[in-house]
Design a protein around this ligand. Structure first.
Ligand code: DGY
Length: 324
């Protein structure tokens, strides 16, 4: 019998990372690569020394209750961890780690992609060309919103928010304002061409584009609701690469249908992978399947970070990216 810690990967990971993990641990893979059920996750916590979940796994408090757990660490494959009840994990003496830093640029790139695509109607245009419905150039065809020189409002000025500010200010000459829970040194903010405003409302009122970069869950659930959507400029666009639950989705759909805002670019949804039919039916949205970190380099780097965290833990060292 192997004396190596037993670990479970809840989904398939890039081959290079699976190989590194197999050299260090007794690894079980989820060969089918379909999400585990709640019962399977509960069983995993009783069976493995480490469980390595992703955003597609829900680990609520009840999974950690009742004792008899073998798991000592959850090495989350991702920076966001609101799908894990970390307080309950901690109470059950289970360490939780994440993967900050390595997905910053790629996630900001997807936010930028959505911003550009929704404002310039790229999704609509692409659908029109593919359907053979383009009747040729004309002065009034598919007019979008200009980006250069406009105001970007960022909610959440962490790594990804800063990377987005940098792209928009230095790349597109945008005036960048942001809301962040804690105060950011103005000198630090100005390195990203940005300045802090006092409230979410202050940002929503002045921005032509609003991009969400705060964590999901907790007090951020439905941060963008009907009331706040109504504060946005009529011609404004909303971009979300953070977590689906930061937006009250039915309220957003109503705002898009009724012209309260002009459009939205969404990479994340409230009940992934379910995207409401009414949202899918709208032309003024660009919808992506949670692609923020989906580049070869980033997905490998995320896996290597998890490997480093659980290696440190089982070597008796402090995991570098411990969140609980
Ligand atoms: C993250 O890292 O949080 C991504 O959204 C994938 O989970």
């Amino acid at each position: 019998m192997s004396s190596k810690p037993r670990i479970l990967l809840t989904r398939r990971w890039p081959a290079a990372v699976e190989q590194v993990l197999a050299e260090r641990f007794d690894v079980t893979l989820n060969e089918g690569d379909v999400p585990l059920t709640a019962a399977e996750l509960a069983e995993a916590l009783r069976t493995y020394d480490a469980v390595l979940p992703t955003v597609s796994d829900r680990l609520p408090a009840d999974l950690f209750a009742g004792g008899g757990l073998r798991a000592k660490i959850l090495g989350n494959y991702g920076v966001g961890y609101n799908h894990i009840d970390v307080a309950a994990a901690k109470a059950a003496d289970i360490v939780v780690t994440n993967t900050p830093g390595v997905l910053t640029d790629c996630t900001a790139d997807i936010a930028m992609t959505l911003l550009l695509a929704v404002a310039r109607r790229a999704g609509e245009g692409e659908r029109q060309v593919r359907a053979g419905e383009w009747s040729g150039w004309r002065p009034t065809h598919m007019i979008g919103g200009k980006i250069t020189g406009k105001t970007l409002g960022i909610i959440g000025f962490g790594r990804i928010g800063k990377a987005m500010a940098k792209r928009c200010h230095f790349g597109f000459d945008m005036d960048v304002v942001f809301y962040n829970r804690s105060r950011i040194d103005p000198a630090e903010a100005s390195r990203y061409g940005a300045r802090q405003l006092d409230t979410v409302e202050d940002v929503l009122k002045v921005a032509d584009f609003v991009s969400l970069h705060c964590p999901g869950g907790g007090e951020n659930r439905h941060l963008i609701n009907a009331e706040r959507l109504a504060l946005m400029k009529k011609g404004a666009y909303l971009v979300n690469t953070a977590r689906g639950d930061v937006i009250d989705e039915p309220a957003l759909i109503a705002a898009l249908e009724n012209g309260v805002i002009r459009g939205a670019g969404l990479d994340v949804f409230e009940a992934e992978p379910n995207v409401p039919e009414r949202l899918r039916g709208l032309e003024n949205v660009v919808l992506l399947p949670h692609l923020g970190s989906a580049t070869e380099e980033t997905r490998v780097a995320m896996g290597m970070k998890v490997a480093d965290n659980i290696t440190a833990f089982f070597d008796g060292r402090e995991p570098p990216d411990r969140v609980a």
